[in-house]
Write a protein that binds this ligand. Structure first.
Ligand code: C2O
Ligand code: CU
Ligand code: CU
Length: 445
């Protein structure tokens, strides 16, 4: 364990990736997967990986309707893939384990953005190696904007009152290195670090005005879930989940995010004074200090209605499928099977509404009483959760989702309807479980 303190640092704000195609309605981006060195601690250099930089990646910002092309250049000496998590694109463009990018080569997927405004993300998805590559720093955010998101009266000044927060945990050696070495517990429950970073900084400070502030939070950790809140229990409003805006803002004092889940929240700092400090935390750790540094003249209004959320109709369900997650550690499985690149587990049809019943029968490791939660993720689609353990899901789970936490003995019902075709994956987003084979494949034709 590293006893040094993180260097005093402002919250790093990732750059927005330059669009190199000047044509209206089109966008082209260059993304380089590279090795880097990052100074997490003062005067200590850590070997890391990044996109267009030393650690993490830039924001890829696109508009609904855009024709997008992304040139991904792999300069590593190992293969990788880049998966657009939450994006609804044809399977060959999805960046899953079948779209390998070999060292010194470039992969150029192209697709049209055909879904509402949302905060998504991208990360590697190489078979059996996802955990290590993400852990070393390969992750970035995707912003989709649309008419609704630009008309809504919500904070939009990037880095000023619209702030990305990528939350991850690490385990540093004395030398400040982050070797990806799994101990017994990591093999069972997934990698858990002891130090929490936001945008690659340990305990950073964020300066804001006393106004409404929008935080776009991604749990980019390999395995850890967080229960986010503020030190003074201030209430906030969740306005978006994984796949975009919720129908209405949901008032809350804490938000739980499993690995890969996102939440956008609005926090009202208008009653605070210059000089006030608020700690953004989870139940166990202080994560970031928010400093009020200036008076704002803006009024802080929380919009109630955010978007028209089209609700799937249960009467239109064509088929029902079951996904039973079980086992622990290296034995984790879905429907009793582990990932096989040459096996198709499910066959679906495009534009058919299906009900997916996802349950967790893992009872934890080695006969102990430990629980084994599994965040279930589906590629190529945003789904709706209609039931959690027999009840309606909480309000903040009633919007578009691509990842859903399913704890031991829980059962959730999802409605899914694919618009894109090809070979996709579903898996547990605890990356060590995914890498152990807790993943299956399905075709949409
Ligand atoms: Cu974010 Cu298949 O994953
Ligand atoms: Cu995904
Ligand atoms: Cu799992």
């Amino acid at each position: 364990e590293n006893s040094q303190k993180g260097k005093e640092t402002k919250l790093p704000i990732p750059p927005i990736l330059k669009d190199t195609n000047p044509e209206e309605g089109k966008a082209e981006f260059d993304l380089t997967v590279q090795k880097g060195e990052t100074e997490f601690f003062k005067d200590q250099k850590t070997d890391t990986l990044g996109y267009n930089g030393n650690y993490l990646g830039p924001i890829i910002k696109v508009n609904k309707g855009d024709e997008v092309k992304i040139n991904v250049n792999n300069t590593l000496d190992e293969s990788t893939t880049v998966h657009w998590h939450g994006l609804e694109v044809p399977a060959e463009m999805d960046g899953g384990p079948h779209q390998r990018i070999e060292p010194s080569s470039t992969w150029s997927p192209f697709f049209t953005i055909n879904q509402p405004a949302a905060t998504l993300w991208y990360h590697p998805h190489l078979l059996d190696k996802t955990g290590e590559q993400v852990y070393k720093g390969l992750a970035g955010l995707i912003y989709i904007e649309d008419e609704n998101s630009s008309e809504l009266d919500i904070p939009k000044d990037y880095g000023i009152n619209d702030i990305p927060l990528v939350v991850q945990d690490k385990r540093f050696t004395k030398e400040g290195a982050i070797p990806y070495e799994l101990n017994m517990r990591d093999t069972m429950d997934g990698f858990m670090g002891d130090t929490i970073l936001i945008n690659g900084a340990i305990g950073p400070e964020l300066d804001v005005k006393n106004e409404l502030v929008r935080l776009r939070i991604l749990n980019g950790s390999n395995a850890r879930s967080y229960d986010f809140n503020f030190s003074d229990k201030t209430k906030f409003y969740q306005i978006a989940s994984d796949g975009g805006f919720l129908e209405k803002s949901v008032e809350m004092t804490n938000v739980i995010l499993a690995p890969a889940e996102r939440a956008e929240i609005l926090v009202d700092f208008s009653e605070y004074k210059v000089g006030d400090k608020i700690t953004f935390r989870d139940t166990e750790n202080n994560l970031m200090t928010i400093n009020i540094i200036e008076d704002s003249t803006k009024k802080a209004d929380i919009p109630k209605k955010l978007v028209d959320m089209p609700k799937y109709d249960k009467d239109e369900i064509v088929r029902s499928r079951e996904f039973v997650m079980s086992g622990s550690g290296p034995m984790v499985a879905i429907n009793g099977k582990q990932m096989d690149m040459n096996r198709i587990d499910e066959e679906l049809k495009v534009n058919e509404l299906e009900e997916w019943v996802v349950s967790n029968e893992s009872s934890g490791g080695m006969g102990m009483m430990s629980s084994s939660p599994h965040p279930f993720h589906v590629h190529g689609v945003q789904f709706q959760i209609i039931e959690r353990n027999g009840d309606k899901p909480p309000l903040n789970e009633q919007g578009w989702k691509d990842t859903v936490m399913v704890k031991s003995n829980e059962k959730v019902k999802l409605l899914v309807n694919f618009r894109e075709k090809g070979l996709f994956m579903y898996h547990c987003h605890i990356l060590e479980h995914e890498d152990s084979g807790m993943m299956g494949q399905f075709t949409v034709e």
